[in-house]
Design a protein around this ligand. Sequence first.
Ligand SMILES: [Ca+2]
Ligand SMILES: [Ca+2]
Length: 382
Amino acid sequence: MVRSLPSFTNLFPLIALVVASGPAAFAGEPPHVQRFIRVGPLPGDVGSTLTAISGNGHRAAGISFDDRGGEYGFWWSQTTGVVPLRGAALGDRPSPMGLSFDGALITGGVFQGFESIDAAWWMVPGPSTANMMGEVDLEQPGSTEGLDMSADGSVIVGIADACTCDLASQAFRWTREGGMEGLGWFESDEAPFYSRAHAVNADGSVIVGVGEVDVDTNDDGIPDDRLRLAMRYTDRDGMENLGDLMGGRADSRAFDVTADGSLIVGAGTTAEGPEAFVWADGGIQTLGDLPGGIFGSEARGVSADGSVIVGFGEGPDGGEAVVWIDGAIHALRALVIEAGYDLDAHQFSLDAALDVSDDGRSIVGRGVQQGRDTGWIIRLAR
Ligand SMILES: [Ca+2]
Ligand SMILES: [Ca+2]
């Protein structure tokens, strides 16, 4: 069967209502930075980045880089600083990507050799040794990687057969009782099939990410293109295609979801270029971009109630970490400087915000300090 393009919807009033109805953490106030924290690499390494933060905002996870291009995973808290995660064997390189609400559990992958990554979870503090998660039953067994977990860590989602070719892949869900289970794909006519799960809501019932569809662009009955589009998976509805923003190519992906699963954030494509969106049942709303520079934005994380969204936009000087609060976009760099941190003197740029705590107050991401990748945490005042 050949499918036509998914239908597009654009219900601004609906989304505005949904976003404004939650217990907004910053109702009516401009955001103010309380603390800016630089999170450097492990001892002896030269660069770092933060990939995720726990729901309560107390712990983060990230990757440390050595001067030979090697990468090594760590977790961080205010009291411990950066602490290395361990693989299953000597020489393994952990890559943490998601934390539980309290930060006691972390998921990600462990690089074993150069081509293969295997999904794992860690309990911290403690021995911090990787617990490997096994494989989903695919035709071609390959790599797996955990990318997010539910609030209590009982449900982990990610991508299976994450081969470096990035062609045939399947979103998975893992539970301690049930092991790893493939979530399937959108209906596609021909292999290779592709889907991946980026995030899961608090109770593990709503999973979001990307799927792929075949399309027949010239209406000759033969699919001639494949599109990657944002997806939402529930046991009741299966894998649903969320469509894309109007205009431009059809190309979208979902990166995060609110605690109750009702709001999904990600990036789509308009005639102007890639643009961050927030999706709710029946509607998708664009989030806009920073003024100046080229056009482009992406939403990577959302608070539990949907009132705070983080990601990146394009400003006059290139890509910048941003926060959307009640729909308004703010460059984080400007907010940090306003709070008295002289980022210019330290040659510190904030390139992308990658995750936000449940209360919307703690944001992590990647930056560059004096030419070297450097992780950071921003605490917003309430
Ligand atoms: Ca489009
Ligand atoms: Ca711009």
